[in-house]
Design a protein around this ligand. Structure first.
Ligand code: DC
Length: 231
């Protein structure tokens, strides 16, 4: 295997399977995997836990003033085979995956001060390359020089069904309609916000996995990685 270490940026709408393939790649290559969405989710969970955001209001100013007290980090969990997210030293991996957090996260991630703070941390994490990071702005803003950029897509219905099945399996009481609505709202908010909206970088390779098995998807992407490593 090549000793060259590269940066792999994976962007796309929610539930396009970014994290699944990112984890597979990191494991296969011995790279670090960073789920940047988990970082935005952790800040959102912080805002919820501190009463700064709910159905009726969102105290943006106070969240910004408290950002210095928000520390998001990752710790590798050997049993799970990937790094879990910690908020101020506490494991919040489960807490950040609820539909409630998903409903507020687009608002929190639209705040420029939140993005600046998290992007600074993401740059540090990627300094030594050998990293797979997924998100919305990784190939466009965070690592514009990444050697491999992927842009994942799948229909909103396919994605909502995936997320619905995941949430159900975790025992969350949700309907498919609620999940579809959340997916569509986030697609809209994530791609129309002013700061770092989601779009495909010119040099990103688009992967539509609506009709691909996980195996097919992994093989397709691994071929792309190997082509870059051979260059
Ligand atoms: O990947 P995810 O669904 O867990 O991401 C949650 C939200 O975080 C997503 O709706 C938008 C935001 N996000 C972002 O703005 N920039 C990123 N790099 C990653 C996620």
């Amino acid at each position: 295997m090549s000793h060259k270490k590269i940066t792999i940026a994976i962007d796309g709408f929610s539930s396009t399977g970014k994290s699944t393939v990112a984890k597979q790649l990191a494991k296969h290559l011995g790279y670090v995997y960073i789920d940047s969405g988990a970082m935005y989710r952790a800040v959102t969970y912080f805002a919820m836990s501190n009463g700064l955001i709910d159905e009726n209001n969102f105290n943006v100013e106070e969240l910004i003033s408290k950002l210095d007290n928000v520390s998001v980090s990752f710790k590798f969990n050997k049993d799970l085979g990937f790094a879990e997210v910690y908020l101020n030293g506490i494991n919040v991996e489960k807490e950040i995956r609820t539909l409630e957090v998903s409903n507020y996260v687009s608002k929190v991630s639209a705040i420029p001060q939140v993005r600046q703070q998290l992007v600074r941390q993401q740059h540090k994490m990627g300094e030594e390359k050998g990293i797979v990071m997924d998100g919305r702005d990784i190939g466009t803003v965070v690592f514009p020089d990444a050697e491999l950029k992927l842009f994942m897509t799948a229909s909103a219905e396919t994605r909502a069904l995936r997320r619905y099945n995941e949430l159900k399996a975790k025992g969350e009481n949700v309907t498919y309609q609620d999940v579809l609505q959340n997916v569509q709202e986030r697609d809209y908010l994530d791609s129309t916000r002013e700061d770092s909206p989601l779009y495909k970088a010119n040099d990103a390779i688009e992967i539509d996995n609506s009709n691909m098995s996980l195996d097919e998807q992994f093989k397709t992407i691994l071929d792309l990685v190997n082509a870059v490593l051979k260059r």
